[in-house]
Write a new protein. Sequence first.
Length: 236
Amino acid sequence: MDQPVSIWARIGEALATLVRGEGLGAVFEHLRGAPEHSVGFTIAVIALGAKMAKADGHVTRDEVATFRRIFQISPDEETHAARVFDLARTDVAGFDAYARQIAAMFGPGAPMLKDVLEGLFAIAVADGDYHEAENAFLAEVSRIFGLDECCFAAMRASFVPDAEPDPWTVLQLPPSAPVEEARARWKTLVREAHPDRAIARGLPAEAVQLAEERVVALNRAWEQIRDGAAHAHSHL
């Protein structure tokens, strides 16, 4: 039985479509079909990650380690990831141009764009220092992706270590919302974030760790709201 072609081999094939002088952005023009979403997702995270590295001026070992945690890369396939990174880093096109091409590939507001942004957040906070320039970068990417402000705020609350994540923000609800509504929202978001759903929409299996971590954050938020409501009720 033939072995399935790895995501990195497929990325190598996508890069091979570039003609001399073409920038990395041209790859997205060849990846509009749904079966190529996983390749597009991976290239998008690497490319925007390379652009984001310029936002705070350097790439740390922790950021590289986080990338390796999100994407399992075998030693013999590292050259494909490195080439994407170098192409993006040296490309004269700005990160906003990449973000627009990626949004066009998936469609504004598409669930896959949330996955891309989530991967970027994971890399941005890997070194324990969430730089203002990184926040501005990610906020602009989110806007170009057509994601609403509460989605960006929820993702930031889940990742940024400057404060305990607000559970209401993580569930994208105001603190005045009834507990029943919070429970329903939690169930909906967990269902959407389930790894099987993520893979079905094109998230590569190599990056399913992102979906698993999103479920953990959502469960933690709901538990905090549930326990808080139970505590308040016991004091009535």
